[in-house]
Design a protein around this ligand. Structure first.
Ligand SMILES: [Zn+2]
Ligand SMILES: [Zn+2]
Ligand SMILES: [Zn+2]
Length: 142
């Protein structure tokens, strides 16, 4: 009984070659997804655009924005706000800033432990962003 099943499978695979060609949009999306795997843990739309163009993909920034927005909505990418722009990550689940009220400098906080949050959230956490405001060490000493 194994053989007929395999034959059917083979026919299906062969037939798929003759299926209507994937739309330009679908192919573009697949190629962009491939490009994402080359990106750093945290990347911006501009960086993805540069990578895509480097790999010969003729896309514009509007396409990149749409693509990233789509993936974020599907929860395939986590999106953060950093330096007045959006940054994206496949793997990083938290983004934190500590901004000094006096000098205005922003430092990144590396938050890896979600323990303190999961106690507060009644549900499953996808990702989070924290903005902490205060007085930096340098400013508090002067
Ligand atoms: Zn997320
Ligand atoms: Zn940031
Ligand atoms: Zn400061």
């Amino acid at each position: 009984m194994v053989r007929p099943y395999l034959n059917i499978l083979m026919i299906m695979i062969i037939n798929s070659e003759y299926m209507p060609k994937k739309s330009r949009k679908t192919r573009q999306k697949e190629q962009l997804e491939k490009n994402i795997s080359n990106m750093a843990d945290l990347f911006s739309a501009d960086e993805l655009l540069a990578e895509a163009r480097k790999n010969g993909l003729g896309v514009g920034i509007a396409t990149i924005y749409r693509f990233l927005k789509g993936l974020s909505t599907e929860h395939k990418l986590h999106r953060y706000r950093c330096n007045n722009r959006n940054v994206y990550s496949k793997s990083i689940r938290g983004h934190g800033h500590f901004t000094c009220q006096k000098c205005g400098k922003t430092h990144h906080l590396k938050i890896t432990d979600l323990g303190f949050l999961s106690k507060l959230v009644n549900g499953k956490i996808c990702h989070f962003q924290i903005d902490v405001v205060g007085l930096c060490k340098k400013c508090s000493e002067s």
